[in-house]
Design a protein around this ligand. Structure first.
Ligand code: SF4
Length: 752
């Protein structure tokens, strides 16, 4: 028996795990008490690491569709098919004939994060889509517009904060998102223990709401209305106190003036919150010793997502809490994020809309089109039509709007290839599936989440088990890059890796502010020794990063070797003020009034007149991670989790009893689910969790098929988007509900 320390790769909390292994068997998983960040915390998903690694349904060999069935083939054959079919599609339709969809787990893989961009570059396609436009783009867009880069996200300084307002987020179930915060419950309780206050606004009385000092139900999709009124009260009562931020902000007066129409009295009915309560909450925010506003899924996946993510940062500015300990701060990750490169305090800012999607004219943001446009780009003939699709670690049939239309579109493709560990609802349509290695067979360093963390830490897990009977994850990606780049199926992979690393190094050497600017590349390569692949890139990034050894110029600084010697990680301290150094806007200022945001206020004002109707929202569960962990028995056993939550008054109106199933329908689709009548949800709102709807023919997830549930995205409309960001509207969907007899319900719930 051996103890191995690993970073959990499943969710954004990035907990440190202590894994007992015997040979290539995982015997037990616990939280690592010594981990500098998570301090022993672990959730049921982390404990299920062994179930995932040993899951007999997890793919180990490539699958090729022959005669309508997936059969195992050798890696050589798989790469040969990939090269041949990609070439055929590109020869007929050009580079844009190949579309790409990047799923959420992509960003939890160091290899995919490092080699994904070179793969996209080699493909040369403009048809790029990702899970970002499913659930987080508004936050990234606003961060880029205000501060200069998409990951310059102001993170609540939860360990020092005295007043935390949470909207549309349930960190006790999600473990934090766009806020990397392991063991969030302990941290929230510590906030309360030091005399602080937590306020939750949500259509559901969530576990986080139960823990909070105050809970206020709010109508789905009205967070922006509420927050706009909060700003108005702060202005009206003379509480605009940006303090030292004032000299770094432009557009503040313009932003405040634009919000004038949104008085508490005007928004109260639409939000379902009395005007006086809005005033009280605004005052609490205004007088708190330190305060932060945290909004997540509910604020992103709605019609006013961009506004609902701009307003928290505007409030941080107005109350002087931006970039202040206890308020909202920017992380300083060890590997050197985009907001730590180049000239301090100035950058290129965001260029969006450099091109438009072919069919509905959706603007590009961060090089991507909104995922709601994917099906139409496959279905609509003409130059640039997607005829082949590459999906990487994603299940868009379940996770993106109007999954039924997307499934039909996938069936019409000339070629589809998926990198995935399961034969799932999406990959069952693929001609070729290339499985990734298990988490024990790859190295791990959190490139994305250390930029969103509530504390600066650096941790690294080397690959523990060698890969002998297949290409490792790096070589799989390198082979795909070589094929996409026209180097053929037999390209020399070390040479391809050297090329990619050379480009990374060259960029750094030409940055005047880099600790290695102007140094001899050969000298640096010698210092990196025999490291290759991710390890070489990570070592280089860490050593040239803000805490790095600068290849000798900063003795005692960080390197990959230092992280390898500290399996519990290295604590780099609490978040610190970084303004103005962190800014990467063109003028070096915080833009409090981005034009694209202010223009959207007219749409928000028009919505004040909207009449309330029954609407659907999603929900999180600690044992569920979007769609992909439902094949692990330890996570799906027990109480049925894919149920429709409904308020007793709505249930009575619809004639629905506690043992009934309900049909949920709208103009897009129809599903049926068992009901859960509860006062824990607002009247006029029903809730289904997302990520369910398994069990279709041709899938290879036997456990998930037994706990199928229904796909809530059969009810979401791919054309219904937050206008500035193009993000899908997945919350606040108008629906009708009615009781259905058990037999009829089973037929409605049947997959396919
Ligand atoms: S909270 Fe997230 S990172 Fe931590 S153990 Fe659970 S799944 Fe893993």
């Amino acid at each position: 028996m051996e103890t191995v320390y690993r970073i959990c790769p499943f969710c954004e909390a990035t907990c440190g795990l202590e894994v007992e292994v015997e040979g290539r068997q995982i015997k037990q998983v616990r939280g690592n008490d010594e981990d500098v960040f998570s301090r022993g915390y672990v959730c049921p998903k982390g404990v299920a690491l062994g179930e995932l690694v040993h899951d007999p349904d997890r793919l180990r060999m490539p699958l090729l569709k022959r005669g309508g069935k997936h059969v195992e083939v050798s890696w050589k054959e798989a790469f040969g098919v990939l090269a041949e079919r990609l070439a055929a599609v590109r020869a007929a339709g050009g580079q844009d004939a190949v579309g790409v969809y990047l799923g959420n787990p992509t960003v939890h893989s160091t290899t995919m994060t490092l080699y994904g961009p070179p793969l996209l570059k080699a493909l040369g396609t403009q048809q790029v889509y990702s899970a970002s436009s499913v659930d987080q783009l508004p936050k990234q867009l606003v961060s880029a517009l205000m501060f200069g880069t998409g990951l310059s996200v102001a993170i609540p300084d939860i360990d020092y904060c005295q007043y935390l307002m949470i909207l549309g987020a349930n960190p006790l179930e999600s473990n934090g998102s766009m806020m990397t915060v392991p063991d969030v419950k302990r941290r929230l309780k510590a906030l309360q223990a030091r005399g602080g206050k937590i306020v939750v606004l949500d259509p559901r009385r969530t576990k986080t709401a139960d823990l909070a000092d105050a809970y206020h139900p709010i109508r789905p999709g009205t967070d922006a209305h509420f927050l706009a009124a909060v700003v108005n009260v702060l202005v009206e009562e003379g509480r605009v106190q940006p303090g030292r931020l004032a000299e770094h902000v432009v557009g503040l007066d313009e932003a405040l003036a634009a919000l004038a129409p949104f008085t508490p009295e005007r928004v109260a009915a639409r939000c379902g919150i009395p005007a006086e309560t809005i005033r009280v909450l605004a005052r609490e925010l205004g007088v708190a010793e330190s305060a932060a506003v945290y909004g997540r899924i509910g604020t992103c996946t709605q019609r006013f997502g961009t506004l609902a993510n701009w307003l928290p940062d505007l409030i941080h500015i107005v109350t002087g809490n931006l970039d202040r300990p206890g308020g909202a701060l920017f992380a300083q990750p060890a590997h050197g994020a985009g907001n730590a490169k180049g000239e301090a305090g100035r950058g290129r800012g965001l260029k969006m809309g450099r091109r438009k999607s072919r069919v509905s004219g959706a603007p590009e943001i961060f090089g991507e089109f909104p995922v709601g446009a994917l099906a139409e780009e496959i279905e609509t003939a003409g130059p640039g039509q997607i005829r082949a699709l590459l999906t990487i670690c994603g299940n868009p049939v379940l996770s993106t709007p109007n999954g039924a239309r997307l499934e039909r579109a996938l069936e019409s493709l000339d070629f589809m290839v998926s990198v995935d560990v399961y034969l799932n609802e999406t990959t069952r349509h693929a001609d070729l599936i290339l499985p990734d290695v298990s988490p024990m067979e790859r190295c791990h360093y959190d490139l994305a989440f250390s930029q969103l963390a509530v504390r600066n830490v650096a941790r690294y897990s080397p690959a523990h088990w060698p890969v002998t009977d297949r290409p490792g994850d790096r070589d799989m990606m390198l082979r795909m890059i070589a094929i996409a780049g026209g180097m053929g199926v037999d390209a020399d992979l070390p040479m391809v890796d050297d090329l990619i690393f050379g480009q990374l190094m060259q960029r750094e050497l030409t940055l005047g502010t880099s600790p290695v600017a102007g140094r001899d590349p050969e000298e640096l390569l010698a210092a990196l020794g025999t490291r290759r692949g991710c390890e070489r890139m990570l070592d280089f990034m860490l050593r040239t990063g803000p805490y790095g050894d600068g290849f000798g110029s900063r003795p005692g600084g960080l390197s990959l070797a230092a992280l390898e010697a500290a399996p519990e990680g290295i604590d780099l301290g609490p978040l610190q003020p970084r303004i103005p150094e962190v800014l990467r806007t063109v003028d070096g200022k915080i833009d409090a009034a981005p034009a694209v945001v202010l223009e959207d206020l007219a749409r928000l004002e028009a919505d004040l007149e909207a009449q309330p109707e029954l609407v659907l929202v999603g929900r999180r569960h600690l044992r569920s991670n979007n769609s992909w962990m439902h094949n692990l028995p330890g996570l799906v056993r027990g109480k049925v989790r894919c149920s429709l939550q409904i308020h007793p008054a709505d249930a009575a109106r619809a004639g629905i009893g506690p043992e009934d199933w309900a049909e949920v329908a709208n103009g897009t689709g129809c599903v049926a689910a068992p009901v859960e009548i509860t006062e824990g949800i607002m009247e006029g709102v029903v809730s289904l969790p997302h990520g369910w709807g398994h069990g279709q023919a041709g899938m290879g997830m036997r456990v998930a098929s037994q706990y199928a549930g229904v796909n809530s995205n059969l009810l979401t409309d791919e054309d219904d988007r937050d206008i500035p960001s193009g993000t899908a509207v997945l919350n606040g969907i108008p629906v009708r509900v009615r009781a259905v007899a058990a037999l009829q319900a089973e037929a409605l719930a049947a997959p396919g």
